[in-house]
Design a protein around this ligand. Sequence first.
Ligand code: BES
Ligand code: MN
Ligand code: MN
Length: 462
Amino acid sequence: MIPNTSGSIPADLDRWLHANDQRGMDDLFAFLRIPSVSAKSDHNADTARAAEWLNASLTRFGFASEILPTPGHPIVLAEWRKAPAGAPTVLIYGHYDVQPSEPNELWTSPAFEPTVRDGKLFARGAVDDKGQLWVHAMALAAHLGARGTLPVNVMVLAEGEEEVGSVNLAHFIERNRARLACDYVVISDSAMFAPGIPSILSSLRGLAYFQIEVQGPSGDLHSGMYGGAVVNPAMALARLLATMHDARGRVAIKGFYDRVRAFPAAVLMGMKKLPHSDARFRKDVGVKALGGEAGKTTLEKLWTRPTCEVNGMLSGYTGEGAKTVLPAKAMAKVSFRLVPDQDPDLVEKLLRAHIKRVAPPGVTVTITAMHGGRPWRADLDGPLFDAARVALAAAFGRDPVIVGEGGSIPVVGDFERILGAPVLLVGFGLPGENAHAPDEWISVDNLRRGMRAMAVLYDALG
Ligand code: BES
Ligand code: MN
Ligand code: MN
């Protein structure tokens, strides 16, 4: 059950993790039972409870931990600063908030009742990100439990607003820049390329998210009495959305690609060598054909190219049967994934100019910016990445691969910019993990290997 890492993990740490395996799982179950859904205000008490739970756990492990309020959900900041003089300081970041669990009827077991089936731990937050945050907590606890000390100074910073855009975090880091000063930032909030293949992230896409509203007549109209003479807002919105891409699958907003910086040839070459199969990918997501930009490979599209997506649409009658109505308004949630050096604020300007150009007369279009985040690219040299390679190899029995990522963690760029420290992104999820979807899971084996890998990482950095 528990991974045999053939003596590559220091025996005292491995022994502690063995001895505390069940206790650690029970604790993680308790964490996962708290429905800390940051997007929903009726869960605010639960979100606060998750912060308190984490704070208490880190305190029990030997950290000086406190809950720091923000205008939104609080931040948990735990510190241990008794490493030998000259030892580096590591800041570990994660988030204790989760996405909403809906649609609940599609879960095999309830979202907030953690359940293990086939070596997978199912629960909302299992992989994103409570389980991965817990990997670090246990790795740190192993050091403090087995040795009474850590080879590095450590801060654990966990926020409760990642899933709603980390709106207060950049400001918090700015204000606490001196206290948060560190040599390295480590984050586990992503996935491995494939089972058994440990992975280091070299890039994240950024995000610019908008709500687009199209207002037509002042109220809903009889579609027979008015249709044909009054512009239909749902049709207007559909037309408007259809202008977002050209025939080759590129985003057709003027200037959108101006800031896109090519990925280094070595990174692109590395991507081509990864064992990816389009047929398999199609099957995994359940489609007959793939889309997107012509002339790019799937991994290139996912990791190195910006996109425009519709996340949701709402208009008119959507209930049972047929209702003849010309709706008064239509709405779409539209987001852009961005790559270096695109900028969310600039994308907003370009989008507004584009909509102004293509909006049909007879309706009023309003754009509201929701949240955004900058794209990020790692510089994979230096002691942090060397240590990560050693640590992952020790726990997984093979060298890690370098991967990109299509998702976004907005704060990563802020850490680098404000604290001036390199960021290591090393995740323990797996393809098909159902993050943000029903039946989210994390591999129990990855949890255990992850704990061992991170325990070795702190050794290697110390
Ligand atoms: N952990 C994810 C981001 C992620 C997913 C990184 C997969 C690497 C691999 C994070 O919790 C998330 O969901 N981010 C949001 C952005 C946020 C602003 C809502 C995303 O990517 O949609
Ligand atoms: Mn996450
Ligand atoms: Mn997420």
